[in-house]
Design a protein around this ligand. Structure first.
Ligand code: 5GP
Length: 190
């Protein structure tokens, strides 16, 4: 029996806000047997989001306690809110032979690389910044001020991601279907 094919795998998918990560990840989940890690966050649910499905929506005290107890595989503050990956369910699933996807920010991915260096690290990048600006504006969920802030953050995130050397797969989302297929290939590859 090929032992490698029995081994689970951790897959980190990151990229700046508005790049299309969520659309890519939800389709990738449909096309592969990978599970999705539900993160904890201190931000409030958006309309339609469900507790324990989209996120574990928790308060700052609870979040802080989980961090202090070493229960987070990684965590980061993004746009003033805390986000983190509860470690136990992810590590159990991977050691049980499952593929698990983390959709997290760039810095969180870099933390994962220190703890789980053999994970697969995928950076989703926009074709260019103008395209990203159009997407953020079209989404209509942020104010102009928030959009400008997110664009600045996006440039920063892309630079940090590239300089970290962690993200060995960089996939440009200029066509959604092509990007999805490339992510599926990267997941099934190693
Ligand atoms: P949103 O509030 O739009 O759902 O997410 C904002 C950002 O937080 C996104 O870039 C998302 O990938 C990131 N994020 C979501 N969950 C986690 C997590 O568990 N850890 C880290 N580091 N980032 C996360």
């Amino acid at each position: 029996m090929n032992e490698r094919s029995e081994k689970g795998k951790l897959i980190v998918i990151t990229g700046p806000s508005g790049v299309g990560k969520s659309s890519i990840v939800s389709e990738v989940r449909r096309r592969t047997d990978a599970e999705f890690s539900v993160s904890a966050t201190t931000r409030k649910p958006r309309p339609g989001e469900r507790d324990e499905v989209d996120y574990y929506f928790i308060d700052r005290d609870t979040f802080g306690r989980m961090v202090d107890a070493g229960e987070m595989l990684e965590w980061a503050e993004v746009f003033g809110q805390c986000y983190g990956t509860p470690a136990a369910p992810v590590l159990e699933a991977v050691s049980g032979g499952k593929k698990v996807i983390l959709e997290i920010d760039v810095q969180g991915g870099v933390q994962v690389a220190r703890k789980v260096p053999d994970a697969t690290f995928i950076l989703i990048a926009p074709p260019n910044m103008t395209e990203l600006k159009d997407r953020l504006t079209g989404r209509g969920s942020e104010t102009q001020q928030q959009i400008d802030k997110r664009l600045g953050e996006a440039e920063n995130e892309l630079r940090i991601a590239r300089e970290s050397g962690v993200y060995t797969h960089e996939i440009i989302n200029d066509d959604l279907e092509t990007a999805i297929q490339k992510v599926v290939v990267a997941i099934n590859q190693e």
